[in-house]
Design a protein around this ligand. Structure first.
Ligand code: NAD
Ligand code: AHE
Ligand code: ZN
Length: 371
């Protein structure tokens, strides 16, 4: 029997979310019903709502940065039980596919194809409203009080971790830290440039600090972000609007030839180029984290790569969610990851559109929605 759930539904691109009561079907084989306690709002939710996501399908229930409690399990589920505390994973971890077995990537592909179409692995949806199907989003749909996920898309975490805080480890904070530690593998004493100081860029600063980087250059066109960046360990602050030359030139001059590592945490293809080109000749490495709109492409002179710079990308910080996320939760509990610094606003689901407004106005880092 299906249950009722309060959910913020995106009925179409660029429309405000509507909080309505949807129907949620019980979990099928290998699936889990989760009661979401809290969820962050990530820029990627806004990106998909804007209609720029080539995988965006509507109507859907957005949200992918949640924390919740297992409410029911479907047939064959063995790794989770009712009452377990979990963080939904938009990057599953089946431990059986070619990708998982490679040991080279966190990009499990077991459910990725159906997930990208807004469907559960069996090709159907568990959500409906007034008899019409509602699509899932990134395999998570955390803007719903109740949601259904594959068992392999849930990380079990300790019961005593506050879900209304550690939900941020479901995307932004883990992504930024992981990109620095797992993807780029920043080394002690390195110089680092971080473009964009939202949830992702600020988390990348934490990662750079953990890696003992000697210099952390924080770049944003919104100078209001510099204060928190400093608190987290950034050493230099650059507003590209203060300069009349390309920002990569400014950084190259400031760092005697360029930085050892850079991170693009905005989703702007021009900035991705700047992030690559501010890297030091011979060894500088740039990691793209930001998500650019459908159809957009990056460019640079191949000479930039011929002369030793490296261009790479990172999804969910290269983190294998079921295996590694519990250790991020532990670090947060020990105070090594200051989640409170990220939570600038909290509100109920009925106000969720305000969370998007605050993000677009540059006034929030993360808004956490409490159910
Ligand atoms: P956010 O909106 O909180 O922060 C973006 C920041 O970029 C803001 O501070 C803004 O002022 C700044 N900015 C905008 N234009 C700029 C410019 N031209 N130069 C310098 N700074 C600029 O966003 P977020 O939640 O931190 O997400 C950042 C990006 O990362 C988004 O593209 C998001 O989709 C992506 N993302 C990727 C992954 C991944 O796994 N690869 C995970 C999460 C988010
Ligand atoms: N649907 C988009 C791709 C968006 C994208 O790159 N997503 C990131 C996570 S953003 C989280 O806030 C990611 O993990 N990508 C790897 C993957 O498998 O999606 C598009 O362009 O079609
Ligand atoms: Zn996200």
């Amino acid at each position: 029997m299906s249950i009722k759930s309060r959910a913020a539904v995106a009925f179409g691109p660029n429309q405000p979310l509507q909080v309505v009561e949807v129907d949620v079907e019980p979990p099928k084989k290998g699936e889990v019903l989760v009661r979401i306690i809290a969820t962050g709002v990530c820029h990627t939710d806004a990106y998909t709502l804007s209609g720029q996501d080539s995988e965006g399908v509507f109507p859907c229930i957005l949200g992918h940065e949640g924390g919740g409690i297992v409410e029911a399990v479907g047939e064959g589920v063995t790794s989770l039980a009712v009452g377990d505390h979990v963080i939904p994973l938009y990057t599953a971890e089946c431990r059986e596919c070619k990708f998982c077995k490679s040991g080279k990537t966190n990009l499990c592909q077991a459910v990725r194809a159906t997930q990208g179409k807004g469907l559960m692995p069996d090709g159907t949806t568990r959500f409906s409203y007034q008899g019409q199907p509602i699509y899932h989003y990134m395999g998570c749909s955390t803007f719903s009080e109740y949601t259904v996920l594959p068992e392999i898309s849930l990380a079990k975490i300790p019961q005593d971790a506050p879900l209304e805080k550690v939900c941020l480890l479901g995307c932004g904070v883990t992504t930024g830290i992981g990109a620095v530690l797992n993807t780029a593998k920043v080394t002690e004493g390195a110089t680092v440039a971080i473009f964009g100081l939202g949830g992702i860029g600020l988390a990348a600063i934490i990662g750079a600090k953990m890696a003992k980087a000697s210099r952390i250059i924080a770049i944003d066109i919104n100078p209001a972000k510099f204060e928190v960046a400093k608190e987290l360990g950034a050493t230099d602050f650059i507003n590209p609007k203060d300069y009349d030359k390309p920002i990569q030139e400014v950084i190259v001059e400031l760092t005697d030839g360029g930085v050892d590592y850079s991170f693009e945490c905005v989703g702007n293809v021009q900035l991705m180029r700047a992030a690559l080109e501010c890297c030091h000749k011979g060894w500088g490495e740039s990691t793209i984290i930001g998500v650019a709109g459908a159809g957009q492409e990056i460019s640079t002179r191949p000479f930039q790569l011929v002369t030793g710079r490296v261009w790479r990308g990172s999804a969910f910080g290269g983190v294998r969610g079921r295996t590694e996320l519990p250790s991020y939760v532990e670090k947060a509990q020990k105070g090594e990851i200051p989640l409170d610094t990220f939570i600038t606003h909290t509100m109920g689901l009925e106000d969720i559109n305000k969370a998007f407004d605050l993000m677009h106005e540059g006034k929030s880092i993360r808004t956490v929605i409490h159910f």
